[in-house]
Design a protein around this ligand. Structure first.
Ligand code: ZN
Ligand code: ZN
Length: 368
């Protein structure tokens, strides 16, 4: 198997973690944490001629540590977006669906006239082929794919949908933001690290939903408390006091900040930045630093970690004990995602997010 790094990847029962990609043919159970090779240093000394009859020239120096089970896979997850005018969205939806089906990829892709927003999982080689085909299209030749090790179970199926926006903002017609016209200044993880270490005077506004913030966030960041991104129009009033300050918006992998930072500018915020590549890119570059807890992700993994050494900060809605387990409010009219620990999840009547939901569940009538 040849990877995109032009390094020989041999068939063997262990993980070859080469920089940003994980290549593996492991048969190790994904259900338990296991001691696996973390870093593989390649050096041309001891040949591994016994493996698959190849004539490799590498020896392997292995350093072990405990990795989460979702890192023991041969699959890869990519997340990507781009705001760019799609001239024929219907035809592009058909092309995406056909391409993904041909390559055996699962996930979710939203397409609108304003661009594309997607997350896909599949075998590493299929993901590479998908990236290559996308990069072959002129409008996506610079598309940035953020990559994580897969689980093989991140998505049950493939969904490709045509929408009016690639992330629903709730902004009224005529007030929508075109990030190619108005958006916050992009800064990368290194720049943010400098800001933090230099003690610069700035505020981080987390543009994710409240349940995402609950399981992990930057230290000292502001929680937008949005139930979903359609609450975006409400946040200008909430952060009114920051209009003259330097503010940095953050979100999972960057797509929401393109419009959220533009929205703040449109609302009169004077000095607005956004974290390019999002929290995931920062965590990958500075694992276990500055960001507390885990990164919520919208797939079967629920959360993503970049180091085994991190502190769980999520707290059970019912009992307050530390947890990263998500459940749903038991009131069917709400069904909001909540942190609910394993013990409280056994409660026969379920857990509600607040008294209104408890009353609603008891009476069958929503409390508004
Ligand atoms: Zn609990
Ligand atoms: Zn509820």
């Amino acid at each position: 198997m040849s990877c995109r790094h032009n390094i020989l990847c041999v068939e063997m029962p262990m993980i070859l973690n080469i920089g940003c990609r994980v290549h593996t043919t492991s048969s190790i159970s994904q259900n338990a944490h296991a001691e696996v090779a973390d870093d593989v240093l390649l050096s041309p000394s001891v040949p591994l001629t016994s493996i698959q009859g190849q004539s490799p020239v590498w020896s392997l120096s292995l350093f072990s540590r405990t990795l989460p089970p979702n890192m023991l896979t041969s699959t890869e997850i990519i997340i990507f977006y781009k705001y760019v005018r799609i001239s024929d969205p219907v035809a592009f939806v058909a092309w995406q669906r056909a391409t993904c089906e041909e390559l055996g990829l699962r996930g979710r892709i939203l397409i609108a006239e304003e661009g594309i927003n997607g997350t896909l999982e599949g075998p590493t080689e299929s993901i590479a082929e998908y990236e290559s085909r996308m990069h072959g299209r002129p409008e996506f030749s610079d598309l940035w794919f953020k990559s994580s090790p897969g689980t093989g179970e991140a998505f049950k199926k493939l969904i490709v949908k045509l929408r009016s926006e690639i992330v629903a903002t709730g902004l009224p017609k005529g007030c929508d933001i075109d990030p190619n016209v108005v958006t916050g200044k992009h800064i990368g993880p290194e720049e943010l690290k400098r800001w933090i270490e230099n003690g610069e005077d700035f505020e981080i506004i987390d543009m994710r939903n409240d349940y995402e913030y609950a399981v992990g966030h930057f230290a000292n960041s502001r929680n937008s408390t949005m139930a979903n991104f359609r609450d975006l129009p409400k946040i200008a009033a909430k952060f009114e006091g920051l209009k003259k300050k330097k503010v940095l918006t953050v979100c999972t992998y960057g797509v929401r900040c393109e419009k959220a930072s533009g929205f703040l500018k449109q609302e009169g915020f004077e000095d607005v930045y956004q974290l390019h590549g999002g929290i995931g890119t920062y965590m990958k570059q500075f694992p276990g630093e500055d960001f507390l807890g885990s990164l919520y992700v919208f797939d079967g993994r629920m959360t993503e970690q970049f180091t085994s050494k991190y502190m769980v900060i999520g707290e059970c809605t019912a009992c307050g004990s530390k947890t990263e387990r998500f459940g749903n409010c038991a009131w069917h009219d709400c069904h909001k995602q909540l942190l609910i620990c394993f013990n409280c999840a056994k409660h026969e009547k379920g857990i509600w997010c607040n008294d209104d939901c408890m009353v609603g569940a008891a009476s069958g009538v929503p409390v508004r």
